[in-house]
Design a protein around this ligand. Structure first.
Ligand code: PLP
Length: 470
């Protein structure tokens, strides 16, 4: 195979000029590489200053970074986040500059990917700013070399963002989808989940595909342990990590997975329509010694039109920048990309570990209060194994156990919570082992713009309403 010439930063010069074409080149070349960096917020330029993290009012000041409607207590970050004011200002400013200058954005955005990759513990050649989790999951599953009879081992608590591209692989290639039934609640340990997957692996299994956390119960499936299981069986690991960016301070290399798709607009609070896509692109023996799986960038205008790419790396240095190929898809949005860069800088400024500690601390407090009022059996989320917890908390809100099947009543409670108490949470429904019918729960997200008082407020309000509704 002839080798394609690439710079160290991964921008394919030949593919790049050929791709732009003569007409676009005069505008586009100036734009590529240079413009996104120029438009992103200069570090600290618009950054609101925060007091010392140890000061008592620290998280109140963090809350002030956000524009959220003060009349509403928004606790549904698992569906969508809210960008900080300074990020909204950056997006707005760049939108205006782009409109005034009719500036194109044919770019692989190396500066934005570099900032994001730093925050997620990986390298820019492994990090793509995608459109959202669903986009990332689709690109992963469509890019794998799956064949008829190959099995994907997944769970019965997946989101359509993962289920749909798996269904396409099934209907298109004859891939077989097998599902592990996930237990719910606080009785499991991380090892139990690994064992469930281990028992379901067959000689036809090609990939483990799982959400961590699951959006239904907020169970953080133990990613590194499941990645190790996959490695031991020579399987590809794919994580639907919709809720990971911005919530968990994970180092993606350390997770040892092959692929992870997440949202940048949920917990990461970036502009709408943004996601984080991680693709293992080098072999770091410490975390995952297995060869890189065959993978094709199915949506790309950066992949070389002639000459192909080098074989994938078998060592600690990438053989080419696969993220660049996936990032380059026609004209992009400088404003949105500047917003992603800026919000990653805000998170890094606050500290990703500090954010994780805060949001998990609030979730732990919420679980304590739920257990006090409703009892531990009302919890669908794990509580005691720290490897399984996250900042999504699901529980059964009614006192009569028969109500766990009443979807209408649960939806009414969520609607009344908004109308009468100004609190936004969501419903969640899922199969439970041993139950013929799905369970209906409510799900609360605790984030960096929340305080302990907000947790107390939502618990009091749900308790009052569920009592009132009988
Ligand atoms: C586990 C999971 N996967 C995928 C998605 C889809 O997310 P996105 O809107 O980023 O595509 C969600 C959305 O809530 C989710 O919870």
């Amino acid at each position: 195979m002839s080798r394609h010439t690439r710079t160290r930063s991964g921008v394919s010069r030949r593919g790049f000029v050929g791709f732009l074409g003569a007409g676009a080149a005069s505008v586009g070349i100036g734009t590529v590489g240079a413009a996104p960096a120029a438009h992103a917020a200069a570090p600290g330029a618009t950054a609101a200053t925060l007091p010392a993290p140890s000061s008592p009012g620290y998280w109140r000041e963090v809350e002030r970074l956000f524009m959220l409607d003060k009349d509403i207590l928004f606790m549904n970050v698992g569906t969508v986040g809210s960008p900080p004011r300074e990020v909204v200002e950056t997006v707005d400013r760049v939108h205006r500059e782009v409109a005034a200058g009719a500036i194109s954005a044919y770019s692989d955005f190396p500066d934005v990917r570099a900032v994001a990759a730093r925050g997620y513990g990986c390298d820019p050649d492994e990090l793509v700013i995608s459109h959202n989790t669903s986009d990332g999951m689709s690109k992963i599953l469509a890019g794998l070399a799956l064949e008829e009879g190959d099995e994907i081992l997944t769970t019965n608590h997946e989101h359509s963002g993962g289920n749909v591209p798996m269904a396409v692989a099934r209907d298109r290639h004859g891939v077989v989808i097998k599902r592990v039934a996930l237990p719910v609640g606080n009785r499991q340990r991380a090892e139990d989940y690994v064992e469930l997957f281990r028992r379901a692996i067959t000689s036809r299994t090609k990939a483990l595909v799982f959400s961590a956390p699951t959006y239904k119960t907020g169970t953080m499936l133990p990613i590194a342990m499941l990645a190790k299981l996959a490695q031991d069986h020579g399987l590809i690991s794919v994580v639907d990590g919709a809720h990971i960016p911005g919530m968990m301070a994970y180092d993606f290399h350390e997770l040892g997975v092959d692929f992870l798709a997440g949202s940048a607009a949920k917990w990461q609070c970036g502009p709408g329509g943004t996601g984080i896509l991680y693709i293992r692109n080098k072999v770091l023996a410490r975390y995952n010694p297995n060869p890189l799986p065959e993978f094709w960038p199915v949506v790309s205008s950066g992949y070389p039109a002639e000459g192909g790419v080098p074989p994938r790396s078998d060592g600690p240095t990438e053989s080419y920048d696969i993220a660049s190929d996936l990032q380059t898809v026609g004209n992009s949005s400088l404003a949105v990309m500047a917003g992603v860069r800026h919000v990653c800088e805000v998170w890094d400024r606050i500290g990703r570990q500090r954010i994780q500690d805060h949001v998990l601390g609030l979730s732990a407090y919420l679980k304590e209060l739920i257990v006090e009022r409703w009892g531990v059996d009302s919890l669908y989320s794990p509580k005691d194994d720290p490897r399984l917890v996250c900042a999504l908390t699901s529980f059964a809100p009614f006192r009569d156990p028969r109500d766990v099947h009443d979807g209408q009543k649960t939806a009414t409670l969520v609607a009344r919570l908004k109308d009468e108490h100004g609190i936004v949470i969501r419903t969640s429904d899922f199969p439970v082992i041993g139950s013929a019918r799905s369970h209906q729960a409510v799900r609360v997200s605790t984030h960096l713009f929340h305080q302990k008082e907000d947790v107390e407020r939502v618990v009091d309000a749900v308790w009052e309403l569920s009592g009132d509704m009988g």
